[in-house]
Design a protein around this ligand. Structure first.
Ligand SMILES: [Zn+2]
Ligand SMILES: [Zn+2]
Length: 170
């Protein structure tokens, strides 16, 4: 299936500005102060997909908020601790791989991985109430064939369709 993706140029600029801020903050944390020119170069490389920044170095501990179903059907929410082991870009779907002794290797969507426990706890609260803003699917009731969250309130099946709709209507 071919997905048509239309991005409003204004939205794209805003997304880039947000990304630049995120990169600047991460770099500052990792290597201290950085010259503005160098920062621009790094951001540029990132936009051109020449640079990959992992949230923490490989092997560091990460936190994964999530839920699983008990044998009686009830849903239990928890935060898994694991170690970051890699990054994969599979036809544009980006996710991290993690490793821990009890669960082995896991795939973790980019927006699910947390680098602190506090961040994971906050996300877990959101998870308990999340719902796709387009189709209304939830953590318990995914779209037919399955879907995953691309934003806190947008599922993979609906990603892209929303922008096309906005343009068609507007
Ligand atoms: Zn949806
Ligand atoms: Zn869905």
């Amino acid at each position: 299936m071919k997905m048509i993706k239309v991005i409003n140029p204004e939205t794209k600029v805003k997304q880039q500005e947000r990304l630049d801020l995120l990169i600047a903050r991460r770099l500052k944390k990792a290597i201290g102060n950085i010259a503005p020119d160098r920062l621009n170069e790094i951001c540029q490389a990132y936009h051109e997909n020449r640079l990959l920044i992992l949230p923490v170095p490989i092997g560091e501990k990460v936190y994964i908020p999530g839920s699983f179903e008990e044998t009686d059907g009830s849903e239990v929410f928890c935060i898994d601790e694991a170690h970051l082991s890699g990054y994969i870009n599979e036809n544009g779907r980006e996710f991290y791989t993690t490793y821990d002794e009890s669960c082995g290797t896991m795939d973790v969507e980019k927006n699910v991985l947390c680098i602190t426990r506090e961040e994971a706890e906050k996300k877990l609260e959101g998870l308990k109430n999340r719902k796709c803003r387009v189709c209304g699917c939830t953590q318990d009731h995914a779209c037919p064939g399955g879907c995953y969250w691309v934003e806190d309130d947008l599922c993979s099946k609906c990603a892209g369709t929303e922008q096309i709709q906005e343009i068609a209507e507007g």
